[in-house]
Design a protein around this ligand. Sequence first.
Ligand code: AMP
Ligand code: MG
Length: 317
Amino acid sequence: MSGSNDHIDDKARRYGKQAIVAAAERLQSGGLVAVPTETVYGLAADSTNASAIAEIYRTKGRPDFNPLIVHVPDLDSARKLGLFDGLAIQLAEGFWPGPLTIVVPKAPDSIVAPAVTAGLDTIALRCPAHPLMQELLKVSGLFLAAPSANKSGSVSPTIAQHVKSSLGDLTPMILDGGACKSGIESTIVAVRGENYQILRQGPITLEDLETSIGKTGITADFEQIESPGQLLSHYAPTKPVRLDVTRANIQEFHIGFGAIAGHYNLSGAGDLAEAASHLFSAMHLADSSDKSAIAVAPIPKYGIGRAINDRLTRAAT
Ligand code: AMP
Ligand code: MG
């Protein structure tokens, strides 16, 4: 862990402690809290409380076949919920705390509410690096189920205001930690015996995984929708989206990259990590602009650019 708090704004720093205790109490009594992580804002609840989990699905309008990621403070905690063998341990030790979700077989004595895993015999676990979320896990003593804090199928929130504009009257208490650092949902990797399979592209890149594990992951033989994040129309703004556009039409809001400035440039320097952190803000901005459509400049398809293009393709579908 970097130990850096630089993505927490001054406001959060000032009232952080008190807010974390209040949030922990709310979670312990079965309530929901929107929390910042290094990826996007999550809608958190006690993963062992069935009615709190039902409230997450209701608030998001999330289909009940779409399982939730459970957040834990460390690998020891993760082992109470899922079975970690050699490769799973290697992944956790290599990338936790951080934006990697690991799908492993559910532990036989796992205490999470059945709805969390949507009936699957596997469980998705992540140890987040964000200091606010880490502290909340420790202070509450809970394992927190937390999908993105937005209506199902829409663009994920990367600032507190996005949570409010997506959830409206159903918005719970929000721990405001400022803008999320990665700005794109976690990479999801499933452990398949001696091998691994990427179920969702994210901030931990294919290159990162190959370097750390020392081999390439397996790809599915057929298009099996195991992770609903793989559904094509997901992460969608309300307006039509056109990709790889160097020159936009007059009715389009142009999201730029590098030398193509557009109305909003994801990264003038052409930095992919910076572009990822600005992607959802750009989509929210484009969606609420007076333009009727969205055009996006070409983004390189390597490193974290893969995750960016993955989200853009879904937004355009
Ligand atoms: P979200 O929390 O909105 O980022 O979505 C969580 C993603 O994790 C969804 O696409 C889920 O389908 C995926 N997920 C959660 N649990 C599992 C699991 N046991 N196996 C495969 N994917 C999972
Ligand atoms: Mg989501």
